[in-house]
Design a protein around this ligand. Structure first.
Ligand SMILES: NC(=O)c1ccc[n+]([C@@H]2O[C@H](COP(=O)([O-])OP(=O)(O)OC[C@H]3O[C@@H](n4cnc5c(N)ncnc54)[C@H](O)[C@@H]3O)[C@@H](O)[C@H]2O)c1
Length: 256
């Protein structure tokens, strides 16, 4: 175990699976106390078991990031258990069905925007309130956007593209609004990463696999640990001058 986050506490949303799970484990392995926030309680418990096995410290708080009361309670539970909130990785997200823009339903639009964009705003709202009120103040926040927050593709679902562009926008808004209070806010923009989210897309649309691979100049998809490395670094003191950025971790996807 490393010591970079010794004595620090934070939360990771969507930590019951994929990128969030890898990040929760990485934060804990660096010495942090980690709150695992997800709607999936079984997935959360599995992440906690991985952290327990490392000898780390973690707590599960069942949270739906689309509900303000849940998010407020998540931050309260984190502070009640660990005393403060030093970092947060707002990562919970859904792909939504791959449907052309002209057939996209209002219900699906509201669901994808609700989790991916409103959820990140709600998390920042309560996290930043806490970071402003604690002594010493400050903290670091990372939001999960996507390469689809910087560019789009004809087949990418319209609400997903909108939500991830929005995440980068509200990341900049928060970074500018609270830099003077010692709070850094950044986004990470993954390419395609092998997680249940992408496995589901490839299962439903096997015809898309060759193009998805071709879109990554490195010739492969990423793994969750390659994103969690970036998220943990952005939350660490090593990134003390990094603020308001949208960092691609994408094997070169947006470079061409
Ligand atoms: N996998 C990729 O290729 C990829 C690429 C770019 C961006 N992302 C983003 O990374 C993030 C994590 O995705 P992943 O690939 O690890 O997916 P995943 O499906 O493996 O994990 C997502 C987790 O979020 C949780 N979640 C869903 N809705 C929630 C809600 N309302 N409240 C709380 N938790 C909720 C799920 O239960 C799940 O555990 C998402 O924001 C996704 O959009 C993923």
């Amino acid at each position: 175990m490393g010591e970079d986050f010794a004595g620090r506490a934070g939360l990771v949303t969507g930590a019951g699976s994929g990128i969030g799970r890898a990040a929760a484990v990485k934060f804990a392995s660096e010495g942090a106390k980690v709150v695992i926030a997800d709607v999936d309680t079984d997935g959360s418990e599995a992440t906690k078991a991985m952290i327990d096995q490392l000898g780390g410290e973690a707590l599960c708080v069942c949270t739906d990031v689309t509900r303000a009361a849940d998010v407020e309670a998540l931050v309260e539970r984190t502070v009640a258990a660990y005393g403060r909130l030093d970092f947060a990785f707002n990562n919970a997200g859904i792909a939504g069905d791959i449907v052309p823009l002209i057939d996209y339903s209002e219900e699906l639009w509201d669901r994808v925007i609700g989790v991916n964009l409103k959820g990140v705003w709600l998390c920042m709202k309560y996290e930043i309130r806490q970071m402003l009120s604690q002594t010493p103040g400050g903290g670091a926040i990372v939001n999960t956007a996507s390469v689809m927050g910087l560019i789009s593709s004809a087949s990418n679902p319209v609400a997903y593209t909108a939500s991830k562009h929005g995440v980068i926008g509200i990341t900049k808004n928060a970074a500018l609004g609270y830099a003077g209070s010692g709070i850094r806010v950044n986004a990470v923009c993954p390419g395609y990463i092998m997680t249940p989210l992408v496995e589901g897309i490839l299962e439903r649309h096997p015809e898309r696999k060759a193009q998805i691979l071709a879109d990554h100049p490195v010739g492969r998809l990423g793994v969750p640990e390659e994103i969690s490395e970036a998220a943990v670094w952005l939350c660490s003191d090593a990134a003390s001058f990094v603020n308001g950025t949208a960092m691609t971790v994408d094997g070169g996807y947006v470079a061409h």
